[in-house]
Structure formats: structure tokens, C-alpha cells
Design a protein around this ligand. Sequence first.
Ligand SMILES: C[S@@+](CC[C@H](N)C(=O)[O-])C[C@H]1O[C@@H](n2cnc3c(N)ncnc32)[C@H](O)[C@@H]1O
Length: 262
Amino acid sequence: MRIDAVSIFPEFFDALDLSLIGKAQREGLLDLRRHQLRDFTVDRHRTVDDTPTGGGAGMVMTPEPWALALEHVLADAGRNPSPREDEPGQRHPAGEPPVLIVPTPAGELFTQRTAEELSEREHLVFAAGRYEGIDQRVTAWAGHHFEVRPMSIGDYVLNGGEVAIIVMVEAITRLLPGVLGNPESLEEESHADGLLEYPVYTKPAVWRGLEVPEILLSGNHARIEEHRREEQLLRTRRIRPDLYAKHIVAQEQAARREAEGD
Ligand SMILES: C[S@@+](CC[C@H](N)C(=O)[O-])C[C@H]1O[C@@H](n2cnc3c(N)ncnc32)[C@H](O)[C@@H]1O
């Protein structure tokens, strides 16, 4: 998979050189390229922001450096960065377009399903906003070259898109074949089947007076599985009633379909 990340603070992405994602890069499973947005400015001060049109607080990222940076990424990936935008046939030339992910608290919520879906794509491009965000016309323009996905990592506001990008890149790339030592661990994790994971324990069996549930020491795998499923359901109902309700609805639908002989 190829990932390009554009930012005025590309140093943030150095965190992705550590641990399993760093190893994935060194092993060639992931080609992560970082770009300094200011390299695509044309003025002496390398300006990337201006006052909001219509007034208001803060600054807004100007569109032209973004277009130049994204055109550079397209050209570098071997795509024609400037097809005639009025020609419908030129929209998304040759093959699957790269996905442009624009982090924003005003975007679609990024979930494990989104991570799974994006892990199947060949080329992802991330655009880190700062200040009050990027001039809205950038996403309209980018739609001629990319599949554009404004994405939020949660209902809170960060200072910039870099940390959100690190979150998304890690969630997506750990799903790539070969990145995790034991891919089976993906199947049992929280959110894999819409529920939270059961509580986990390791040795010693008694630690500071606290015991692990006896059943986990029984060696009876069927009973252990049953116990873990119960714990999963209890924990999800207590901590995430929204997920639990969805799970119950999905189960009822599956039971109805089965009864109808689907
Ligand atoms: C201060 S925020 C801008 C907030 C924007 N004015 C608004 O109210 O929607 C600056 C940048 O941080 C990033 N950001 C902030 N919160 C985010 C979130 N929950 N998810 C993804 N990106 C976020 C985006 O890149 C955004 O452009």
C-alpha cells in the first residue's frame, strides 16, 4: 500500500516509523511518503493561510498550495495531475482513483469498518488541516482526481489533522497482510464483530490478592469460549449500550432471515 501524507508539520508522522508500522515500512509492505505543504507555496513567506472570507475568528488554509501538493502526489504516483476537468471521461483516469482522506471534526466518523474498507485500497492520501481547516473548494477540486473522504476520528476537536492521520494510518495498516505477527488476534479484537473484547489476563494466576477467573485455568476450551462471549456481551452492554443495541437488532434480523428460510 502507498500512503502520502501532506502537512505543515510532517515531523508528526515520524511516530509511524516506530513499532509494527515502522517494521512494515522497512519490509516494503507500506510505502509512506510525507510532504511539507509549505514546499508548494509560491511566496517568500511560504504562506499557507489567510483570513476567513465573510469574517470570523481564526485563519483558513488557502487552496493553491493544497492543489499544487496534491498534483505533485498524483504526478509522482504516475497519474495525470491536470486532466481537463470539463471532460467527464477524464474524471478518475485509468484505474481506481487514490482516496483523499481529509481529517475534520465535521466529517464521517472513522470506524473499524472504515479501516477495513480502506485497507483494501492501493493508494491513500491524507491532507492535514490546521487553523480553522482547509478552504472548502479544495475538496470540490480534488473530486476530479481522488475519491474524497472527509473523516472525523471522534466528536472532539484537535488542533490539527496530523494526530488524526496517525490514528487512521495505524488502524488501517495494521490490517494489511504481514503487518501483525499473529493475524488471528484481529479476529477477536474489540469492534471486529461489533462488540467490545472480553477482559484479558496473563500470569501469575494470583497477583496482589487478585485472582484470574478460575474457568480460564480449566483448560476446557469450549467453556472458556462461552465465558468470554458472556463477558463480551456484559461489558458491551455496560460500557457501550449503543453497540449492544445494534448487536441485538442484527441478531434478531439474522434469526428472522433464518426463520424465513433465506
Ligand atoms: C481546530 S481544527 C478545525 C475545526 C473546524 N474549524 C471545525 O469547527 O470543524 C483544525 C484541524 O484539526 C483536525 N481535526 C480536529 N478535530 C478532528 C477530529 N475530531 N477528527 C479529525 N480531524 C480533526 C482537522 O484537520 C482540522 O482541519
